[in-house]
Design a protein around this ligand. Structure first.
Ligand SMILES: Cc1ncc(COP(=O)(O)O)c(C=O)c1O
Length: 383
């Protein structure tokens, strides 16, 4: 059976050209560690790791490679940021569109005396700015917020949030899992304190590699959540206080960084084409779905406030049944349910049933979009 991959919100596929080959070459022909071996191959590898930090700096208009910290993925990035910063008596603001990668670490701190406010969003997933403004308290230390929703694709207004955080002297951490590589993210313009990313979604790299880009002030305020060997200052029994070693304990995912390096060069070379392609495909899909009765498209239609992820809620058929038949009868891979984002589904009025998510990538084709629309029509006709 034909296979159509429409689950790019979960992880992108295919990856950027050359990612697998670069990783395989590293494992097969290089293989050594960094910061630990005093020989040429290790020094060369060090340069590639540094180049990857530079590529991230260039992509996100960030000031210094030293303040780029590699992590095993954005879930770790967000845990490092939220749990490393907040102490008893602090207050954190999150939105009601968060993935559990933000919501769970924040809520887990509530048991340790951290106050958590979940700011409501509108039914299309956009931020309620009035409610957001009112959420600040004297002890507010951090706003941690998703940039683009993994459920509806809605983009939250990070620029306005960044301005307010700057005025109020509050740190601002952005979860860019669904936006990095797809829409422009300018660290300076958004007034970010920390940008959290993952390599395996819009950046088209491998799984298991993420990063945090953080300001000096933020790094100075952050405790390392993980301690261990760094290959530096080995005489100390505490973590080094210099960057990025302060937050990079343990051997880094070197094949992951090599793969990400290749992916970043590809994404950079494609520029806005990636978003424009995904937008065109998603819009064709939305147009086709609009003609079908009994299907709700959740989120906003405004392309200045969304990315190419489209979630559908079927009125008269179980969403899980639609997803199951799409896969088993048409080979169309989607993701159904709550997408690790129960808060977002409550906001979008799709809780507890969830939605069927169609997340387009720039390698999908118009033909695949029409195939998916027809498959949905046929499934609904036979339920
Ligand atoms: C908005 C958002 N944040 C965080 C994550 C977690 O990403 P990872 O599983 O790579 O840590 C996801 C994954 O779907 C996401 O969509």
């Amino acid at each position: 059976m034909k296979k159509v991959y429409l689950d790019n919100g979960s992880t992108s596929f295919p990856k950027a050209p050359g990612v697998g080959e670069a990783m395989c070459d590293f494992i097969t022909n290089v293989g050594c560690n960094v910061s630990r071996g005093g020989y040429e191959t290790a020094y060369n590898l060090e340069e590639t790791i540094f180049e990857t930090r530079t590529l991230l700096c260039e992509m996100f208009n960030f000031f210094s490679e030293k303040y780029v910290v590699f992590t095993p993925t954005i879930t770790y990035s967000l845990n490092f940021v939220i749990k490393g910063l907040l102490k008893e008596g602090d207050h954190v603001i999150i939105s009601s569109m968060e993935h559990n990668a933000v919501a769970r670490p924040a809520i887990s701190l509530a048991q340790k005396g951290v106050e958590v406010t979940v700011v409501p969003c509108n039914e299309d997933g956009t931020l309620d700015m009035e409610a957001f403004n009112m959420a600040f308290q004297d002890n507010t230390k951090l706003v941690a917020m998703t940039h683009a929703s993994n459920v509806s694709g809605t983009v939250l207004d990070a620029e306005s949030v960044g301005k307010i955080c700057k005025e109020k002297g509050v740190f601002f951490a952005l979860d860019a899992a669904q936006s990095a590589g797809v829409i422009d993210i300018d660290f300076e313009k958004l007034n970010l304190s920390a940008l959290c990313i993952t390599g395996h979604k819009g950046l088209l790299g491998p799984q298991g590699i993420g990063a945090i880009l953080m300001t000096k002030e933020f790094a100075d305020s952050l405790e390392p959540v993980i301690s261990g060997g760094t290959g530096s200052a080995s005489h100390l029994l505490t973590m080094p206080d210099f960057m990025p070693d302060k937050f990079e304990a343990g051997t880094l995912n070197l094949p992951g960084i090599i793969g990400l390096n290749t992916a970043l060069k590809y994404v950079k070379s494609k520029g806005k084409m990636i978003f424009e392609t995904e937008k065109a495909l998603a819009q064709k899909f939305i147009d086709g779905i609009d003609e079908i009765e009994g299907v709700k498209i959740v989120g906003t239609r405004d392309w200045s406030k969304r990315v190419g992820t489209v979630s559908l809620d079927f009125a008269n058929v179980d969403n899980a049944q639609v997803a199951f038949r799409l896969d088993s009868e048409y080979g169309i891979m989607t993701r159904c349910g709550l997408h690790c984002a129960p808060l977002a589904h409550k906001t979008l009025n799709t809780y507890p049933q969830g939605t069927v998510r169609f997340a387009f990538g720039h390698k999908n084709t118009e033909e695949e979009v029409f195939y998916a629309i027809n498959a949905i029509k046929e499934i609904l006709a036979t339920e």
